[in-house]
Design a binder for this molecule. Structure first.
Ligand code: ATP
Length: 291
């Protein structure tokens, strides 16, 4: 089983020719509400990739809460540890212009009310094979979960921010993209950044978009994981798909190289379809692509 302690957001996406300036009103041409948030996305990715998955988090008591709950449950995620708190759900208010540029306001809402996992949450987390964390909850909550969990902790350090020592000391595997890896280590070269990350945590994967990924552990040689060559239409949540699938493959005890190939295959399937949770592949789809 995989546990995810993280964010659920509703993405409210307005499409318009030009992003309006202050005081300006424009007529847009489309609008979509898309359930997301890195935590919820990783939970959907893990469930679709074939693991029993529990999402621990919060939504508001607004109209978006039940939609996000249903999206998670519809993907097969256990939502018994999803709480409903008074006020707004987490929101990402996104304006996309015709050039694909965007401006985004994130309102943490319910996510921002979480200060730590409860004892009941920890009882579930400690029954799982791995705990997946990201940085869209308050840092104190992420640190508390990492320190108190008795299972391997996988951290996606996004959105990028300073990582407290006490967090890093409790992380078993960190999975930044190359920008996050550079921000954490101050090193632009992924191989150098990987070495620096391994001074902080026992294992690391740096994802490199269409260039694949680089894995390293404190012992043994680094592994280059090629990306599966595909025509990408939307890379949103490629990283979350990769992490969810990697956690599933590792929980099943697949050898490192096979687990990484499973994750890269799942992510490559996701970039060929639009959206975040909507693009994540099922277990049979991943197995078929691997074969
Ligand atoms: P996002 O923020 O969009 O979730 P990310 O920046 O966290 O993504 P990336 O490094 O872009 O993560 O991608 C994660 C993984 O997805 C890569 O390691 C690779 O395996 C796969 N991937 C991404 N883009 C492509 C692509 N164009 N073709 C094939 N595979 C891809």
């Amino acid at each position: 089983m995989i546990s995810v302690f993280g964010s659920a957001n509703m993405d409210l996406v307005a499409y318009t020719a030009v992003v309006p300036g202050r005081g300006e009103t424009v007529t847009g041409h489309a609008f979509r509400t898309i359930p997301g948030g890195k935590g919820a996305n990783q939970a959907v990715a893990a469930a679709r990739a074939g693991a029993a998955t529990c999402f621990v988090g919060a939504v508001g008591d607004d109209a978006f809460g039940p939609v996000m709950r249903d999206t998670l449950a519809g993907a097969g995620v256990d939502v018994s540890r999803l709480r409903v708190v008074p006020g707004s759900s987490g929101i990402a208010h996104i304006v996309v212009d015709d050039d694909g540029g965007n401006s985004i306001i994130v309102i943490p809402g319910a996510n921002g009310t979480i200060t730590a996992p409860s004892d009941e949450d920890l009882a579930v987390i400690d029954r799982s094979d791995a705990l997946l964390l990201q940085l869209e909850l308050p840092m104190e909550a992420v640190v508390a979960a990492a320190r108190r969990a008795r299972v391997p902790v996988v951290l996606t350090p996004a959105p990028v921010q300073d990582l407290p020592r006490e967090l890093l000391g409790a992380v078993d595997l960190i999975v930044p993209n190359e920008h996050e890896a550079a921000a954490i280590t101050g090193l632009a070269d992924p191989e150098e950044a990987l070495k620096a990350l391994l001074d902080l945590v026992p294992e690391a994967v740096i994802t490199l978009g269409a260039e694949g990924a680089l894995y390293g552990a404190r012992t043994g040689r680094p592994l280059r994981v090629p990306a599966v060559p595909v025509r990408a239409v939307d890379t949103t949540a490629a990283g979350d798909t990769f992490v969810g699938a990697l956690a599933v493959a590792r929980a099943e005890g697949r050898p490192q190289e096979q687990a990484l190939r499973f994750a890269a295959t799942a992510a490559a399937l996701s970039v060929q379809r639009p959206g975040a949770s909507t693009s994540m592949p099922t277990r049979p789809e991943i197995e078929a692509a691997l074969a």
